[in-house]
Design a protein around this ligand. Sequence first.
Ligand SMILES: CCCCCCCC/C=C\CCCCCC(=O)SCCNC(=O)CCNC(=O)[C@H](O)C(C)(C)COP(=O)(O)OP(=O)(O)OC[C@H]1O[C@@H](n2cnc3c(N)ncnc32)[C@H](O)[C@@H]1OP(=O)(O)O
Ligand code: FAD
Length: 624
Amino acid sequence: MKVAWAGSRHAVEVADRMACLVASDPVFRKDTRTMLSRKELFKDTLKKAAHAWKRTVELHLTEEEANLLRLYIDQPGYVDLHWVMFVPAIKGQGTEEQQKKWLTMAYKFQIIGTYAQTELGHGSNVQGLETTATFDPSTDEFIMHSPTLTSSKWWPGGLGKTSTHAVVYARLITEGKDYGIHGFIMQLRSLDDHSPLPGITIGDIGGKFGSGAYNSMDNGVMRLDHVRIPRDQMLMRLAQVTREGKYVHSDVPKQLLYGTMVYVRQTIVADASRALSRAVCIAVRYGAIRKQFGSKAGGPETQVLNYKTQQSRLFPFLASAYAFRFVGQWLKWLYTDVTQKLESKDFSTLPEAHACTAGLKSVTTSATADAIEECQKLCGGHGYLNSSGLPELFAVNLPACTYEGDNVVLLLQVARFLMKTVSQVASGKQPVGTTAYMGNIQHLMQCKSVVNTVEDWLNPAAIKEVFEARALRMAVNCAQNISKAPSQEEGFSELSPDLVEAAVAHVQLIIVTKFIEKLQEDILGHGVKEQLQKLCGIYALHLIHNERLGKLYAQVRPNAVALVDAFDYTDHYLGSALGRYDGDVYSALYKEAWKDPLNETVVPDGYQEHLRPLLKQQLKLSRL
Ligand SMILES: CCCCCCCC/C=C\CCCCCC(=O)SCCNC(=O)CCNC(=O)[C@H](O)C(C)(C)COP(=O)(O)OP(=O)(O)OC[C@H]1O[C@@H](n2cnc3c(N)ncnc32)[C@H](O)[C@@H]1OP(=O)(O)O
Ligand SMILES: Cc1cc2nc3c(=O)[nH]c(=O)nc-3n(C[C@H](O)[C@H](O)[C@H](O)COP(=O)(O)OP(=O)(O)OC[C@H]3O[C@@H](n4cnc5c(N)ncnc54)[C@H](O)[C@@H]3O)c2cc1C
């Protein structure tokens, strides 16, 4: 089952090695993280990142191993933005020459970069960004400026205190004309003493949700006061400005400006499956240990995992963890395929890649955030303790519903893609890829459900047809209602809640389809495929609230712990007293409690100043 989850024996081996490397290194301890102040936590992040780099160099780790090392350290920091966004942005939007110059320094960590797009006044609406980059032909420079308070760059990870450079997104103005948003490489801090360069006001935007979590990251604010950069620091793969100041757009779609976001969205789907699997692992293992109430005759109490209500709340998340894992593996293939096509100027699958990455990022992160919160409740009071690992997991993964694109905004992008496809089908064009099912419109608009028993629901063809009919009918219904509106734009706006639902149905069809396709592969291990088939049935059925789920839950219950053990997480990475592999929950909870700084003294700080006087006064009053 480990191989089915990881994707290959090699993946299992590398993951095990990196997870153990992190778990065995005291520098990477994380059990006291939620007890640190904001400054201590930030400094701890710097220490871990520097130590990780040192180990990467010492051990000659590959890029795959180094990425896993960062993942198992499990502490958001500037390195995430450096590797996940700054480097990809230069790769995707820089010329060969610019890549050579800047990536050489970035790969050697001679500079630390971030991705500075969002502003105080605009995040979702990229075309509304206000920062300006005005070309000055007299000096062959761009003047980077924050014209308004709302144009302050706001949120970029690492910008606050760490990054020395950034890809800054700004309105390109040359010869008095505004050509819209383009990317520019800017140095922000001196490489000698790390002080901000002249004209740059920079700092952290303040504490964020949850203790620990993203407070380890210095999300920053930056204002630019007419800062000059050389013309060749405009990322010029998509467009150029000549020495004379002429704007020249290259022959690639302008949407490639958004390429970095597409890349990160596809990685976030894998992040979501990992976060969800961690929460499910904790809740399933604890549910097998925790006993509450039992037979009236004083018999042993019942494992809470045996309760049907616990199973109906938890097993859809177990199924979703596997579903998101498999669709994330497919999405990584899709992204690689589109990137290769772009190299040969084939832009035909760019819209599909945008719709799939936007839709899957949105659906998986929303479902994961909701599931982690529910897993906290599934663990009762102990799920609320930091030592359960669940509050931190929730706080770190909740913002994924917003960063890299607000989930509703992204679903509206999917809806726009679906409406375009429906109208193309109406004009006789055969849809392909993930919308191919829309070509079967006659059948799917009339077909009656062919599933009646639980066994029917384990028939992949039946499941797929139901989800195709559901998605198509919702999309066609929206298209028909939009056509009745005074204008397409007005109709789209009025119908936007229904369009979001139609987009979700389309994305859930993709997830179900990819789960079914995974089951058609050769899957190692005795009985593994059968278990995955049941999980596929649970994932599909729970989305349409089918009453036959109870039978499937009963069939999964005996293997529930084995199914979460297959995630192969070390206790260090899981970071949970409830989800420990050895199940020794109560002694672990008790031991963790005493680590809290509040327990450093038996009489708490503040007693002498605030508690003793009060008690003494009340005691005196009571004797009057
Ligand atoms: C270790 C512990 C774990 C913690 C994890 C740490 C590490 C995690 C990893 C990274 C951390 C994440 C940090 C987050 C970083 C950020 O948040 S960066 C900023 C992200 N910001 C956004 O995502 C902004 C979202 N907004 C947009 O993308 C765009 O504004 C928009 C797409 C919503 C609208 O764009 P606009 O230019 O206005 O275009 P439209 O008019 O809507 O569409 C025009 C056509 O272009 C097509 N299109 C739009 N986007 C794309 C795209 N990306 N690719 C291809 N095509 C695109 C669109 O479909 C339209 O096409 P048609 O005209 O044919 O319909
Ligand atoms: C932890 C974290 C890290 C981040 N890191 C970075 C970073 O490194 N670099 C960077 O550039 N940015 C970063 N961001 C910013 C992030 O990308 C933006 O917050 C995100 O794109 C959402 O934009 P917004 O904040 O403007 O939300 P808004 O768009 O203002 O959303 C507010 C509400 O308006 C709704 N809404 C907006 N537009 C529409 C519409 N057209 N139709 C219907 N509803 C709409 C949204 O659904 C939402 O409910 C980070 C954010 C977070 C939380």
